[in-house]
Structure formats: C-alpha cells, structure tokens
Design a protein around this ligand. Structure first.
Ligand SMILES: Nc1ncnc2c1ncn2[C@@H]1O[C@H](COP(=O)(O)OP(=O)(O)OP(=O)(O)O)[C@@H](O)[C@H]1O
Ligand SMILES: [Mg+2]
Length: 344
C-alpha cells in the first residue's frame, strides 16, 4: 500500500429502515462521492444541521456503517472485503475523534492508558517505557504538558484537556487520516481555537488529512480548505471554503450563512425561518430535500433531484438554479481545490 492511501466513498448511500417491514425509511446519506487523504491531504469540513447525516458519513468512512448502496474503499480496496491484516492497518491509519471527551475514557484508567495501549498493540513501541515517551511527545504536540497530564485520572482533567488527550491518542499512532466529529463542541469556547489550530498544524506539518464535522460554519471556515454542506443526506454545496462562505450558490447555504448571527465562533447558527428542521433525513423521497423550506423552490424541485452542478472552477451546488453548468462530484471539486493550493 502507498504511503498515503486514499479513503474513497463512491456513490455511497445509507438508508435506515424502521417500522413493520421496514416501511419507515431514513435516507441518512444519498449517493455521496468523496475522497479523503491521498497525495494532497486537505482539511474538509462537513457542515449541516442536526440530522443532516454528518455522523453517518463519518461512521461510513470508518467502516462502522456499511453502505446500503455504493462502496467505501481504502487504498483501492473495498473496506468491507478487508482481511484481518488490512483491517488492522486501516484501524491505525484512519483515526477518529468524537464529540464527548469524557465518554471516551474509562474512569479507572490513568489518562495515558488510551495512548500507551494502541502504541503497544500496533507494535509501534517495543516497550512500555518507549510507548510512554511517545505518548508524552503526542501530548506535547497538542499543547498539553506531559508532566502534568501523565498519571492523572480522567476526572482530574478539564473537558478541553480530555479532548486534547483524545486527539493526542489519535495522532500518536501516526495516522494518515483523522476523522473528527464535533471535536470542540463540548469544549470551553476559549479553548476551541487552540484545539482547532493544533488540528490545522497536524495537516500542514505532518500531512494528515482531516475531515472536520461540525454544525458551526464559523470554525469550518477558519480551518477548512473545502467546505461540504449536507442537508437531508445530500450534498447541497461543496467548494473552496472562501467561496462557499463568502459567495454561496445554493439557497440553503445562503440561508445558513445569513443565519450566522455574528463572527463569534461561540455562537451556533440556526435557520431563522421558524420552521422545524423537519428531520432533514426524512424529507420527500423525491426531489431536493431542502425544497419544502426553499424560497426559490419550483414545482420540479419536489419531483426531481438536482445533480451537483459545477457553478465555478472550485465549487458545485445541487440546485436547478445552476443547471446550465456541467455535473460534478465533491471529489472533483476537492481535487480542483487541492490543485490550486498545491500550486498546480
Ligand atoms: N442507527 C440509526 N438508525 C436509524 N436512523 C438513524 C441511525 N443513525 C442515524 N439515523 C438517522 O439518520 C439521519 C442522519 O443522522 P446523523 O446522526 O448522521 O446526523 P448528524 O448530522 O450527525 O446530526 P447531529 O448534528 O445531531 O449529530 C437522522 O435522521 C437520524 O435520525
Ligand atoms: Mg452527529
């Protein structure tokens, strides 16, 4: 396998069924094509309101959730077909950080345990002493003082410190991809920027590709190269962060950007249209999931699903307002942004 294998979702859908005979369907993801990692590792922010499919996307990329259609592959091999050795390699190279920095700890273990154990298990440290040294280096890399951290129990650390330990844990095993689901939403606002900055540095200095899942447009703009806007399991808009936030093309993105009340990253955004987010996973089976709330909706919007149209070199929007443009995939847009940033 190459040094930087790509993690690729290809036309991947996830549908949950419930009720008698699976009659109630939730389309958590619809035909998503996305690339993470590879030779030009970027930071991709996935933004969307609650229920838009963000966590489902990360679980899909982690191999925790099988696609109901389409595929997920790593280094060109379908994740579902991995044997034990490949799975082990995948588990090391693709790391995840979740929202709740307390949930992830066993209260009876000292905080270095979750760092030392995987280093030993993956054979990355020959002895416990070496693993401890490596853990200390990983803690320092995320701005923690190893001397004040090692030996403590989880309850002796603040939420921000615990989340940084979790990020250190993910980074200690030398991954090529980090998938982070709302990593700072439960952390004190004063610490969010520091944590996001350390993630940004990991990308720029160590070439770790990052998928940053958030409902916070402001922090997405601060760290990401590419912003991908999800609604009802569908990509509404994807493009260079600057373009998506400053010149949104999709009515949904426009509404989101206008709903950001201030540039203060502590403030979450919510659509101010007074309507329920209406379980975005369960909008009309046909058409655009945003149509029921869209100020520009046309009759066809509830009957047909728009493709993702490439409105600009580094951006695409799934909206019939832009159907003169050619169709594109998020992966093509990601490649265009990476190419521009990499200098060609
Ligand atoms: N295991 C499951 N079984 C049934 N439905 C599910 C399951 N997991 C998620 N869903 C549904 O899929 C849709 C997308 O959920 P998901 O958790 O991916 O959203 P999200 O964007 O992460 O939301 P949040 O911001 O609240 O974390 C929702 O409608 C949710 O109810
Ligand atoms: Mg979620």
């Amino acid at each position: 396998m190459t040094a930087r294998p790509e993690l690729v979702a290809e036309a991947a859908s996830v549908t949950f069924s419930a009720g008698f005979g699976g009659r109630l369907r939730t389309h958590a993801l619809r035909g998503l094509t996305l690339r993470v990692g590879g030779e030009r590792p970027a930071i991709t922010a996935v933004v969307g309101e609650s229920g838009s499919g963000k966590t489902t996307l990360l679980r899909l990329l982690l191999g925790f959730q099988a696609p109901t259609a389409g595929t997920v592959s790593f280094g060109g091999r379908p994740v579902a077909a991995f044997g034990p050795a490949e799975r082990r390699d995948f588990r090391r190279r693709v790391q995840a950080v979740f929202q709740d920095p307390f949930d992830a700890f066993n209260p009876f273990w000292r905080v270095e345990h979750p760092l030392v154990a995987p280093l030993m298990a993956f054979g990355l440290a020959p002895t416990r002493a070496v693993a401890l040294e490596q853990s200390a280096a990983a803690l320092a890399a995320v701005g923690l003082n190893p001397g004040e951290t090692i030996g403590k129990y989880p309850h002796q650390l603040s939420g921000g410190q615990r989340q940084r330990v979790m990020i250190a844990r993910a980074l200690a095993v030398d991954p090529s991809i980090l998938l982070a689901d709302e990593p700072v939403s439960m952390v004190d606002a004063s610490l969010r920027a520091t944590i996001l900055e350390s993630l940004w540095k990991m990308n720029r200095e160590r070439g770790i590709a990052l998928v940053y899942v958030t409902h916070d447009l402001t922090t997405a703009y601060q760290v990401a190269d590419v912003v991908l806007v999800l609604y009802g399991g569908m990509v509404m808009e994807v493009g260079a962060a600057e373009e998506v936030i400053h010149r949104p093309r999709h009515p949904y993105t426009s509404a989101l950007v206008e709903a950001v009340p201030s540039p203060d990253p502590q403030v979450d955004w919510k659509l101010g249209d007074g309507r329920e987010a209406a379980e975005p996973g369960r909008p009309p089976a046909l058409g655009c999931p945003f149509a029921p709330r869209c100020p520009h909706a046309m009759p066809r919007c509830t009957a047909e699903r728009p493709a993702l149209f490439r409105t600009d070199a580094m951006r695409a929007a799934a909206c019939f307002l832009h159907e003169r443009a050619a169709a594109a995939t998020p992966a093509a847009i990601q490649a265009a942004v990476a190419g521009a940033e990499g200098g060609g």
